[in-house]
Every structure is written in structure tokens, then in C-alpha cells.
Design a protein around this ligand. Structure first.
Ligand code: GDP
Ligand code: GDP
Length: 440
């Protein structure tokens, strides 16, 4: 599980400069799905050897220019709720404002590791100026220049010290119970769905103790099938803070999707798939999770309206045609059984392993139908295909001139894999790798 580091602070103190410095170095996220709304406000990155997800909270607050104090308070509350370490960025060259004091107060009251940082300290002479910030009553202030990289090492060391120890996710083979993340915008019906699923259930257990930081998982057994819904703390806790909800739902989604096999994006069918839903989808796709979209509240529409809405939703999902869409009504119960049956199916496919022999018969047929187009006078040759891991399924095709293979050909092979082996609603990772001369 990748820890979350959130950068909070007033507008214009340098949050995005710091974010870009850290994210730019080693961006682990690979974006290869065209058309999805990507968020440049979170990034997987590596600091001093530790993998983490970085969030620029400023990017999420639509009112950040507005009443400043309010804006920063909401970011800070969201960060306290969802992040592992909070970096509070201050302007090293100006006196602390009321908004700064309020942010610092909130952070000091929380039990999160918080680092207070004076930015814009571009040279030694400016360090003295930043000392004024000690008036805020914090024990230590890091003096940095996000723009020029001054003072970064000390700050990075402190961040890594504050991160929780991470554990590797267990293999499906060890624990063949689908772990589900329920993601979606507020009011889509996530808690209603969770309640409905848990309601018909004899033993609803919180399998982990719930401190503010620990995720709470719910174990379910429905019609003889076991499931685990991960990190339900956020689903149950109702945020009263409207403007920070996007930030919170993104952080929550990062947290829970990371621990899940199957992400279920719950949407309100009357609202359709909005930009924020696309961001959440993009996030699930970045993490290569099996993915279902549940269009909830079908009871509010008649059959024709539902049909029209489903069509619109399919168009909004043009960048991820492989994702199954399930119409549902938590209220009436319609579609809920289908959703859970889909969860089981895609979970099985997610963990599926195709034997190399079968893959190569398939590969020979694919090549016969369409071989990679020649580029710059070079015709790439494909030798064999093998599945190197499952959950998510990762395939490697050994070839010559790997860099000459076009994205469109890669998509073609992935689609063929889907059709042939029934990878449905499951992401497929395919790498073309060159054989060394010796191997050929
Ligand atoms: P945000 O609104 O908090 O995300 O702030 P930005 O990252 O957009 O920075 C606001 C302005 O401050 C930009 O013009 C940055 O180039 C500048 N800035 C950020 N960090 C530093 C720094 O360390 N030194 C100096 N001199 N300028 C900085
Ligand atoms: P969450 O914020 O995603 O957890 O959403 P909730 O589960 O709290 O639901 C938000 C509102 O939508 C509540 O008033 C629910 O009663 C309502 N709701 C949830 N599912 C349905 C549904 O299938 N049909 C209708 N009509 N309302 C629903």
C-alpha cells in the first residue's frame, strides 16, 4: 500500500512548484489510455527510495482564491482525514497570516505527522526572514526553495521518517476472496450499497480496528460467496465539507483502490459519468485494477430513459470500452445481484493465468491475421508471448525492434487477448521486449 503525502497551504506559496519538483523526477504513473481526464494533482513518485503518492491539495479546491481561510481549512481537514504525512507549505518571506495560523492550529491538534515548511528561502540570507514563522508556535520549520531545490534533502528525510511501514499486497492464491473498493462521487449511493450488501448478511465484521489511520475492511458473505469491501471508513463517514469532497474522494480512492482487486465506480444514472468520475476511473486504470461501473438509482428513470442514459454513459467511457457497465438500483435491489456476480467473474479473470502453450497458438493466429506494420524500413518480428504475472495480468511479447511497434498494434493485440481469453472488465498490461542478440 502506497502512503499518501499531501501538500497543503495558501494559494501562491509554491505548492505546485514543490509538487512538480517531486513528481517530475520519477513519475511512476504510466498514462496510456487516450481520452481520459487525467489529474495532474496527484502523482506516484519516489523520494529517497520510498514509493509514495503525492497530492497537491491546492489543485482541488475550486474556491482557493475565494475566502482564503475557508479554502485552506478544507484542504487541511481533508488532508488530516486521508493523508499519511502532511506538508504544510508557508511563505518564508512574508509574515504569517490568519489563514496560516488556522491551518497550523488544525494540524497541530491532529495526530498526523505534519511538517511545517517555509518556502521561497532561495538563499542563506533569507533564512533569517523565515524565522518570523516561528511565531506560529511550531517546533521546527524547514527552510526550502521549491524553485531552486534548496533544503530539499532534509525535508525529504523527515517525510520518509513519518511514513508508515508498507506491506506488500498478498497474492490472490493466498487469499482467493475478491477485495472490492467502492469509489464514486458523494451521494452516488456507496454507503447505501454497502448497507444493502451487509444487511442481508449474518456476520458483518470489521476485520480491522479503526483508528483514524487504519483502513476498515468489511467482510461479507452473500449467497455463499465471500467478499471483502476495503477501506469503508471513508464511505461511512459523511463529509460535511462540500468543497473538499473531491479531494477527499480522490485520496480515499487512491487508498482503497490500491488495496483492492476490483474497483466499483458507483455513479448516479441521473447525473451520468462526470469529469470527476472519469478522474476516478483514470486512477483505477493507472493502478491496473479490474473495474466495474455501477449506474445506480435506475428506479428514478423509466426503461426508455435508462436506455438513453446507458448509451450516454457508454460514450463517456470511450477510452475504456472494456469496462462493464451495470445498471442498478440499491433502493429497489435491481441489478445488485448482477453486480456481485460480475465482481466474481472479473475477479476470476483478473487472477487468470494463461499457459504459454495456449498463448503461443493464439499468437500465431494473431500474427497471421495482422503482423506489426513496418516502420522506417524495419519490420519488427514477434517471437513469442508469455504471461509474466496475474492480478493484474501482465504479458510480455519478445520481439525485434520493440521501439518500432506502434501503440495501435499493441492495442490490437490487447483486444485480441481480451476476446480470446475472456479478459473482460480487466486491465491488460502488454510489454514488447527485445531479445538480446545472444538470445535470438
Ligand atoms: P501554489 O499556488 O501554492 O501552487 O504556488 P505555485 O507553485 O504556483 O507558486 C507561485 C509562484 O511562486 C510561482 O511564480 C513560482 O514560480 C514561485 N515560487 C515557488 N517556489 C518558489 C521558490 O522557492 N522561490 C521563489 N523565488 N519563487 C518560488
Ligand atoms: P454515498 O455518498 O455515495 O455514500 O451515497 P449514499 O449511499 O449516502 O446515498 C445518497 C442518497 O441517495 C441517499 O439519500 C440515498 O438514500 C439515495 N440513494 C442511494 N441509492 C439509491 C437508489 O438506488 N435509488 C434512489 N432513488 N435513491 C438512492
Amino acid at each position: 500500500m502506497t502512503p499518501i503525502v499531501a501538500i497543503v497551504g495558501r494559494p501562491n506559496v509554491g505548492k505546485s512548484t514543490l509538487f512538480n519538483r517531486w513528481a517530475g523526477a520519477k513519475l511512476a504513473i504510466v498514462h496510456d489510455a487516450p481520452g481520459v481526464t487525467r489529474d495532474r494533482h496527484y502523482a506516484d513518485t519516489i523520494l529517497q527510495g520510498r514509493k509514495l503518492t503525492l497530492i497537491d491539495t491546492g489543485g482541488f479546491d475550486p474556491n482557493s482564491e475565494d475566502p482564503m481561510q475557508q479554502g485552506i481549512t478544507r484542504q487541511v481537514q481533508a488532508a488530516i482525514a486521508e493523508a499519511d504525512v502532511v506538508v504544510c507549505l508557508l511563505d518564508g518571506l512574508t509574515a504569517p497570516t490568519a489563514a496560516d495560523s488556522q491551518a497550523v492550529r488544525l494540524l497541530r491538534q491532529s495526530d498526523k505527522p505534519c511538517l511545517f515548511v517555509a518556502n521561497r528561502v532561495d538563499n542563506a540570507a533569507q533564512v533569517d526572514q523565515s524565522l518570523d514563522l516561528y511565531r506560529l508556535g511550531v517546533d521546527h520549520i524547514f527552510a526550502i526553495s521549491a524553485l531552486h531545490g534548496r533544503g530539499m534533502a532534509e525535508l525529504e528525510t523527515a517525510i520518509c521518517k513519518g511514513l508508515p511501514r508498507t506491506s506488500e499486497p498478498e497474492e490472490i492464491a493466498d487469499n482467493p476472496i475478491p477485495r472490492i473498493a467502492l469509489v464514486g462521487r458523494p451521494n452516488a449511493g456507496k454507503s447505501s450499497l454497502l448497507n444493502r450488501l451487509a444487511g442481508g448478511e449474518r456476520s458483518l465484521v470489521d476485520s480491522r480496528p479503526g483508528t483514524t489511520r487504519d483502513p476498515i475492511d468489511v467482510d461479507l458473505e452473500i449467497d455463499g460467496h465471500r467478499y471483502q469491501v476495503v477501506d469503508t471508513a471513508g464511505i461511512r463517514r459523511k463529509s460535511k465539507v462540500d468543497e473538499a469532497v473531491e479531494l477527499e474522494s480522490i485520496m480515499r480512492a487512491i487508498r482503497s483502490v490500491e488495496r483492492a482487486h476490483v474497483a466499483v465506480l458507483v455513479c448516479d444514472i441521473t447525473q451520468g459519468i462526470a469529469e470527476q468520475d472519469q478522474r476516478l476511473l483514470g486512477l483505477c486504470m493507472d493502478r491496473n485494477r479490474a473495474l466495474l461501473v455501477a449506474l445506480n438509482k435506475c428506479d428514478l428513470l423509466n426503461k426508455d430513459e435508462q436506455k438513453a442514459r446507458l448509451k450516454i454513459a457508454a460514450d463517456a467511457l470511450h477510452f475504456a470500452k472494456w469496462v462493464r457497465v451495470v445498471p442498478m438500483s440499491v433502493k429497489s435491489g435491481f441489478g445488485v445481484k448482477d453486480l456481485m456476480s460480475d465482481v466474481r467473474q472479473v475477479f476470476t479473470q483478473f487472477g487468470q493465468r494463461v499457459p504459454t502453450g495456449e498463448l503461443n497458438r493464439f499468437f500465431a493466429e494473431v500474427l497471421e491475421r495482422k503482423s506489426p506494420p513496418t516502420q522506417g524500413g524495419r519490420a519488427p518480428r514477434l517471437y513469442y508471448l508469455t504471461q509474466v504475472s496475474s492480478a493484474p495480468p501482465v504479458f510480455v511479447a519478445m520481439c525485434s525492434y520493440a521501439d518500432k511497434i506502434k501503440e495501435s498494434y499493441k492495442r490490437f493485440v490487447i483486444n485480441q487477448l481480451r476476446v480470446r481469453f475472456g479478459f473482460d472488465s480487466v486491465p491488460i498490461v502488454l510489454h514488447f521486449r527485445e531479445r538480446s542478440r545472444k538470445e535470438r
